[in-house]
Design a binder for this molecule. Structure first.
Ligand SMILES: Cc1cc2nc3c(=O)[nH]c(=O)nc-3n(C[C@H](O)[C@H](O)[C@H](O)COP(=O)(O)OP(=O)(O)OC[C@H]3O[C@@H](n4cnc5c(N)ncnc54)[C@H](O)[C@@H]3O)c2cc1C
Length: 240
């Protein structure tokens, strides 16, 4: 039950952009929010991968490449990120393109730091407990919540929702994400390519010189994402 002031205890499953944004807003409204994510750190589909190669650290933003801000509320949020140094414009992708700095996941890292997220916790099941909820999964707390918010990709939301909200589960099950084969390539020297981005070139949907984004180290790193059609046609092949 919410307390006398209407404040609720809310569990949020998934700490990507959606879960963290909801968490931030609910927390500012006075609710008690706890976030859980199966990943090792912040990012979700806005993740950044670090790799060691002969003493050099390479960085690749392998999910979302940039974002735009059009809704006035998001514009305000992005201005706040810019002022705190965790986002910057990236003109190579467009006049209205933004990226996290020094890595794509930086805004999420900042939000996760403020809210506190329990990473490494996969929620397997939501359990009705009287008027409230419990969440099940290794490492999940033995606690009762007034509400649970599911902020995971549709395909993963279906099984969690099924016992409690079959109509929503059906909607989630009918939503299929486009696949995206992504190549992360590091080079010893800068490639002789004038542009920092390529779009729609045969099988390549998008490619970007990751180190050309603001705030990155100099090592030449490219993220090359295949088009959804090419990715679908080659989905089951070995990565090599
Ligand atoms: C390859 C690729 C390229 C993209 N390019 C762009 C782009 O250029 N511009 C753009 O605006 N958008 C882009 N997107 C889309 C954008 O990344 C997503 O829309 C956005 O990041 C989704 O945020 P989310 O919070 O909804 O989900 P996610 O970021 O997926 O977050 C969900 C979180 O839930 C966690 N989770 C899942 N199941 C469980 C569970 N059972 N228990 C606990 N935790 C769980 C996951 O670990 C994850 O961290 C791209 C996406 C991909 C994959």
């Amino acid at each position: 039950m919410p307390d006398a002031g209407g404040a609720m205890r809310i569990a949020i499953v998934g700490a990507g952009m959606a879960g963290l944004s909801c968490g931030q807003r609910l927390s500012r409204l006075g609710h008690e929010v706890r976030l859980f994510d199966k990943g090792r750190g912040p990012g979700g589909r806005m993740a950044t991968r670090r790799m060691e190669d002969g003493g050099t650290t390479l960085h690749f933003d392998h999910g979302a490449q940039y974002f735009t801000a059009r809704d006035p509320r998001f514009v305000e949020q992005v201005a706040h990120w810019e002022a705190s140094g965790v986002a910057a414009r990236w003109a190579a992708a467009g006049d209205d393109a933004w990226v996290g700095t020094p890595a794509m996941n930086a805004p999420l890292k900042a939000m996760a730091g403020e809210l506190g997220v329990q990473f490494g916790t996969r929620i397997e099941q939501l359990v009705r407990d009287g008027e409230g909820w419990q969440i099940d999964g290794e490492g999940a707390p033995d606690a009762r919540f007034d509400a649970v918010l599911v902020a995971v990709p549709a395909e993963q939301a279906g099984p969690l929702l099924q016992p409690h909200a079959p109509a929503m589960a059906r909607l989630a099950d009918q939503t299929a994400s486009d696949p995206c084969w992504t190549l992360m390539a590091g080079f010893e020297a800068p490639l002789a390519l004038v542009q920092d981005t390529l779009r729609q070139r045969g099988p390549i949907g998008w490619a970007a010189r990751n180190n050309a984004k603001p705030g990155r180290a100099n090592e030449e790193c490219w993220v090359i994402q295949a088009s959804p059609e090419w990715s679908r046609a080659h989905l089951e092949e070995d990565a090599e």
